[in-house]
Design a protein. Sequence first.
Length: 85
Amino acid sequence: MAEAPLSPRSAGVTARSLLPPPALCGFLLLLVLVFSVSWAVGSAAGPVAPGLHGTGRTAGGDGGDGDGDGDGMEDMPGMGHGSGG
């Protein structure tokens, strides 16, 4: 059986099928635009809370409750340390 020669139309369809759909390209362009604008607005606005300080944890790893285990749970009712049960 002889092979049919490729027509110019079928070659164009093959090249076109390799490209993503125009709607996807438009969506990605819109996404990049929205993120760019939001980044620019955030940069212009500055930090959200410039006077905000850390959690109060020290460099030693203590959780701040004074027992040195670093869990930060000093006053939870019903939680006896070392009760085993």
